[in-house]
Design a protein around this ligand. Sequence first.
Ligand code: F6P
Length: 341
Amino acid sequence: MRVGVLTGGGDCPGLNAVIRGIVRKGVPEYGFSFVGFRDGWRGPLEAVTMPLDIPAVRGLLPRGGTMLGSSRTNPFAIEGGVEKIKHNLQNLGVDALIAIGGEDTLGVATKLHELGVNVVGVPKTIDNDLSGTDYTFGFDTAVNIATEAIDRLHTTAESHHRVLIVEVMGRHAGWIALHSGMAGGANIILIPEIPFDIDQVCQYVEARFRLHYAPIIVVSEGAKPKQGDEVLHSEGTDAFGHVRLGGVGTYLAQEIEARTGKEARATVLGHVQRGGTPTARDRWLATRFGLHAIDAVAAGRWGTMAALRGADVVTVPLAEATKELKVVDPALYAEAEVFFG
Ligand code: F6P
C-alpha cells in the first residue's frame, strides 16, 4: 500500500515525531511506501509532494515544526477541491491518507472519509481542545513553555510592584491558561469559556498588592470581558472562518492601570508556545499516535483517529473528535479559583 501523510493547521511540537513513528513502523512491519504531502491540504489539492522514507525521517524525533510544512488550506472552500484531491490521489497511486491536524484539518478528513477517501487521523493542537482524546501532543510543550515564562515573570513583577499579564494561546478553550496558570501559581486565570468581570479582576489585583505580592494574570487569547467581545488582532478570517485573535493582555493592562492606578504590563507568548523541541511527554505521545495510526491504516479502519484514553492509545471515529470542541469544565476552573486574588 502507498500511504500519503500530511500535517495541517497551526504547527505544534511533536508533528515530526508522529511522521517518524508512522514511517518507522509502516515500512518494515507492513511493507508500505509513503509519500509526503506538502503544506496541509494544499499538498493533495495541488499534488505537491516530497519523498518520505526511513532516511527522510532520521533525526526528526526532537525537532519542532513539521518536515512536511503546514497551511490552513480548506479544500471545501475551493471550487472542485474534493474532486482534485481524489484525482491527484489516484494519479499518484496513493491508497490511503494519514491527516495529522486539529479541528479544521480533521474536519476536512471526516468529510473526505464520508465521500469515500481512505483517511486515518492523528489529533494535534497545542490548544488541547479536540474531543475524543484525553490529550493532544503539543499541549504539554506549550504548557511547559508558558509555566517557565510565568515563573520568570513572578520575580520581576515583585521587584517592580507591577501587575504582569501573560497572554497565552487558546482560541476557544483555556486549557493552556488553566494548566500553566495553576502550575505557575498565577493569581488570576482568565479563559474563553468563562467571560471575566473586569471589576472582579481589579479587586483580585488590589487584594494581591495588600499582601505585598505582585499579581500575575494568565489570560487565554480568546478570553472576553462579560460586557463585550473577544479582542481581535485584525479584521478578516482564514479559510476556515477563524478571526485572528490577540490583544486581550494589552486590553487588560490598560483597564487595570486606569481602574487601580497600578502599573500593568502584558507579555504575549504567541508562537514561542508552538516552536522548538517537544517535551519528552509530547514525543512519547506523538510517537505512539504515529504507531497506532499506521496500525489503523493496515487494518483498514478508515474514518478513525488515534486517541489517548487514560494510558492507552485507541482508535475512535473521526466524527467523534470533530463534532464539538473539548472546552474547560467550570468545575475544573473552580478548583483554580482558590488561588485567585
Ligand atoms: O489552533 C492553534 C493555535 O495556536 C491557536 O491557539 C491560535 O489561535 C492559532 O493557532 C494561531 O494561528 P496562526 O499561527 O495561524 O495565527
